[in-house]
Design a protein around this ligand. Sequence first.
Ligand code: ZN
Length: 379
Amino acid sequence: MSETATIPLPADSAESRRYNRIKRWMGVSDFALGLVFLIVLLALGWTGMLRDLAYREASQNYSLAVFLYVSMLMLISKAIGLPLDYYGFRLEHRFHLSNQRLRSWLWDELKSLLIGLVLATIVVELVYLLLRQVPQHWWLIAWAVFLGFMVLLAQLAPVLLFPIFYKFEPLENEELKRRLIVLSERAGTRVRGVYRWHLSEKSKKANAALTGLGATRRIILADTLLDNYSNDEIEAVLAHELGHHVHRHILKSIFVQAAITFFGFWLANEVLRYAVDRRHLFETMADFANLPLLILVSTILSFLLMPALNAYSRFNERQADRYCFESVASVEPFISSMNKLAEQNLAEKTPSRWVEWFFHSHPAITKRVAAAEGWARAH
Ligand SMILES: [Zn+2]
């Protein structure tokens, strides 16, 4: 389609262009750094040295050695990535998008490292337990357990993980609550709750999301949005989030993830067998020095699938937008909220086609606004 060629688009500010370009480069650098780290570990045999060290420190206890190995791997990788993370922290300040103090940022970094360590330990211990006990079918069982773990995490995240970083409280605004009830009744559904998300302590950006599964399903609205947008605009955002709920996007995404991880675990098994049986890079499948190889497979796979997953996400976003157009009185508040969000978050309204195709989980703001205008014209 050549819409972009015929309709003149509002240009993004030089500031927004620069901010997003730097963010993209940071993402690419972070990915490249991780890739190089894994390749170096494998190619130079450092992973074997770390394994031997872990075994020595664990007095030859396998499970403890796995834990020590995972810890060392994560600490080293965090140390390598820290300068880039700190640059990201500075960047948000440079573009006046953050309120967060250094001490609070460091505390968040530490917390996410610890959470990452706990989650990684559970997954890796399980994978190597299966590799030892059922080497023929380990990948299939690991996949099934991983899936259950993913569902559990989706369910627990809003009540267990998010509160570690942000405060949440039930929405107080009676007018908004009334509007949400009307919206929900029209949709024939019920969301368990709407929460005020205290984002302003750390960021100047605004955001909203549908999170959780079952009893923890909820819409969260950033205070930066609640305090600066009109009720009509917030209603439009709510209706969009409700659209995700009505179209069961979280459940569908879990199914998509299930299919991808099924392929991922199968592929990991194939690669591991090749490395052990044909190339004799490791003595056994259960030699946990091969972990960087497994991570490498999943890293490359997620990189290759990123455009497809983003396209799927953009499809869902368009569906949620359409749901919003159908359920609110006018598309005007949707359009103004989109423009305000773009300004406030310094988002690119008109990213280049390939940038949107590869990096963006949401359609470009100009396209979302154009869709709203088109919908209004047609109805
Ligand atoms: Zn959305």
